[in-house]
Write a protein that binds this ligand. Structure first.
Ligand SMILES: Cc1cc2nc3c(=O)[nH]c(=O)nc-3n(C[C@H](O)[C@H](O)[C@H](O)COP(=O)(O)O)c2cc1C
Length: 341
């Protein structure tokens, strides 16, 4: 498969791009729960287009990938033609099936520099980045962006996104929390619905999805083509198996109760440590695991003690023993937590 083809994308849930988390290890774990034949989108961590051209993609932790990631859509950040072009060509040769452009950072920058209404003020800049990326290769280009601030009208969102689509965006992912919310507070799904009704390219909805039931609720409420989950899917990678089971796939046993989910979390964590050691080496594996623990333990009863265990461990072997001890006792994992990290 050479590039993302939405007619072939047949699974409604994908992982969000997350710095420090959406790497090969987490993707391999999530992939292990996905039934054969279920095709979704696979992100990368955000990649800086100034750095990618000089990197060895096979050995750089942020760009390592699996053989069977269909469809792999790494995310880039950039605003200059040459590095964007070089990055996209290199990622295409590396096996990317599409390119996602992060429009979160320019928003933050716009806010910091007081451009006034963020995002909308940067319409020309944003459209220019999309057309630069789209003309760099034959790969489809998507854009991930945030909601509009409340002082802007919803029609501004539609106008803005329509301009990105005219500039060549093949699909749009909307995380409808305004920049000032960062990643907290509730996501305004009505903006996903509005976008889906207003533009012709596929729309991916993101934000506030913590369970398989949320995946179906977002799909039903907004009509979006795909649901993207970040922190909760990192915490419960088997959510893809729950969704697959809801769709009628035979996926065998799937953890559903809070006790079953806590056991599954422990198993995933041990796998995370092992795979991190294999791909990243001991030191980086320890750091990556500690970051994973900080983001994912809020769902777990006594999760904070796991964070302490991670911080004390001097090696991944030591951590594995301590984690296995922790999960000798029964724990509970809640369906919902306040999303803070
Ligand atoms: C640790 C972390 C790193 C993130 N890094 C990125 C990033 O590199 N690019 C991006 O577009 N969004 C990034 N995000 C935002 C997520 O992609 C997603 O939009 C956000 O977490 C909301 O989804 P969720 O509520 O399902 O987690 C990051 C989020 C987290 C928690």
């Amino acid at each position: 498969m050479k590039q993302v083809d939405w007619k072939q994308v047949n699974f409604p849930l994908c992982l969000a791009p997350m710095v420090g988390l959406s790497h090969i290890v987490l993707r391999e774990i999530i992939q292990s729960y996905l039934p054969a034949g279920a095709l979704t989108l696979w992100p990368s961590e955000m990649l800086n287009s100034r750095r990618v051209p000089g990197e060895n993609l096979a050995t750089t932790p942020e760009t390592m990938k699996l053989e069977n990631e269909t469809f792999f859509v790494p995310q880039i950040l950039g605003n200059e033609q040459k590095p964007i072009e070089e990055t996209i060509v290199k990622l295409k040769d590396w096996g990317a099936h599409g390119i996602d452009i992060n429009m979160g950072c320019p928003v933050r920058k716009a806010l910091k520099h007081n451009y006034g209404v963020a995002l909308m003020g940067d319409l020309d800049y944003a459209a220019n980045v999309v057309s630069m990326a789209a003309s760099s290769s034959s790969l489809p280009v998507s854009v991930k962006l945030r909601a509009v601030e409340s002082e802007q009208s919803e029609q501004d969102l539609v106008r803005f996104v329509s301009r990105l689509v005219d500039a060549g965006a093949a699909w749009i992912c909307l995380h409808p929390r305004v920049p000032s919310q960062q990643r907290r507070g509730s996501a305004d799904w009505s903006q996903i619905k509005l976008l889906k009704r207003s533009i012709l390219v596929p729309v991916v909805g993101n934000g506030d999805v913590q369970t398989a039931a949320d995946v179906w609720r977002m799909k039903n409420e907004t009509g979006c083509d795909m649901v993207m989950a970040g922190r909760a899917l990192a915490a419960r990678p088997w959510m893809v198996a729950q969704v697959a089971q809801d769709m009628g796939y035979d996926v065998g046993f799937v953890a559903r109760t809070s006790e079953e989910e806590a056991i599954e979390y422990g198993l995933c964590l041990l796998k995370f440590i092992k795979l991190s050691r294999k791909y990243f080496g001991d030191n980086l594996a320890l750091r990556k695991t500690n970051f994973y623990l900080r983001t994912t333990t809020p769902w777990l009863e006594f999760g904070h003690s796991l964070i302490g265990i991670g911080q004390k461990a001097k090696s991944t072997e030591e951590l594995e023993i301590a984690v296995a001890d922790f999960f000798k006792y029964s724990h509970r994992m809640s369906a919902y937590t306040e999303l803070r990290q």
